[in-house]
Design a protein around this ligand. Structure first.
Ligand SMILES: [Zn+2]
Ligand SMILES: [Zn+2]
Length: 288
């Protein structure tokens, strides 16, 4: 379904109603009867020269002055829009850590919610109370009352189902999974795509396979929860092999990845394993 033969461009499939975040740079594409299955090139401009990711909430800790708690949130600097990926478990913790990291809640333009679990959405209401002019990119499967509550604050809710652009060089891989639905965020950089996962409930390998179907280049970095806390070593080693075969160059497993998985990833990726936790800042320059 996805055009794997398209080089150096996003290949995006959009719905007929075009539920795009923030006036994304897309065009309706070329003819064809079924618009919903039309592959279009959404992003032909130059890729990002630099990208900085700061971990705002995590149960692992990289900086003493920040509060660590179960959950995940990360802030992106580099894309055209000011983006927060997930909001952690708690508003006071999120806003406190954002303050420590000098991230102004009023300047956040887009919040991407990986999935509807409280350790990823728990800080949203506090953020909305500070800044109601954000666009919230959740999933089409989020409960109606959730979507209505977001709109009730005056914010825009975008219900992602298929892969779609969020702003230039930033794209959702679309809703994945069956039991627990989730989206991964893809940021296109000069050095290859960077992928953020919340918990990777659909399976981190499956999610990266989907990213590779959308983008031909090798993946520079996968960062986030890999959901391997209860996985056996043999399963984790198979996942490591699969990710390497899929062209993943750097990994930063955190949140629900588990200590055992982090140790195995460290062992197998060596210098290409990044140890991250709350307070950690990663820039492209760190990925030699
Ligand atoms: Zn989860
Ligand atoms: Zn989680």
């Amino acid at each position: 379904m996805f055009g794997a033969n398209v080089v150096g461009k996003w290949v995006i499939v959009i719905g007929a109603v075009g539920t795009l975040c923030h006036g994304a740079p897309v065009s309706p594409g070329q003819g064809g009867a079924d618009v919903s299955k039309q592959a279009i090139s959404a992003d032909e401009g130059p890729a990002l020269k630099d990208l900085t990711i700061r971990i705002v909430q995590d149960n692992y800790r990289s900086a003493d002055r920040l509060e660590a708690a179960w959950g995940f949130a990360a802030h992106l600097i580099g894309p055209q829009e000011n983006i927060l990926f997930d909001t952690g478990s708690d508003g006071a913790l999120l806003l406190g850590n954002m303050g420590e990291l000098d991230i102004d809640p009023n300047r956040i333009e887009t919040v991407v919610l990986s999935h509807n679990h409280a350790d990823h959405t728990g800080g949203l209401v506090s953020l909305l109370k500070q800044n109601a002019s954000m666009t919230i990119c959740g999933l089409e499967s989020f409960p109606t009352r959730f979507q209505r509550a977001v709109r009730g604050y005056g914010a825009r809710f975008v219900a992602v189902s298929r892969p779609q652009p969020i702003c230039p060089n930033v794209c959702s891989a679309g809703q994945m999974g069956t039991r627990i639905r989730e989206q991964a965020l893809i940021v296109r950089t000069e050095r290859g795509p960077v992928v953020l996962t919340g918990c990777a409930h659909p399976g981190v390998v499956r999610m990266i396979e989907k990213v590779r179907a959308l983008h031909e280049e090798e993946i520079l970095l996968v960062l986030g929860g890999f959901h391997l806390g209860w996985a056996q070593a043999a399963e984790i080693q198979q996942i490591i092999r699969s990710l390497k075969n899929l062209g993943v160059r750097y990994v930063a497993p955190t949140h629900c990845s588990g200590d055992k998985a982090r140790a195995l990833f460290r062992q197998h990726f060596g210098a290409h394993y990044l140890e991250v936790g709350v307070g950690k800042t990663i820039s492209l320059a760190d990925l030699k």
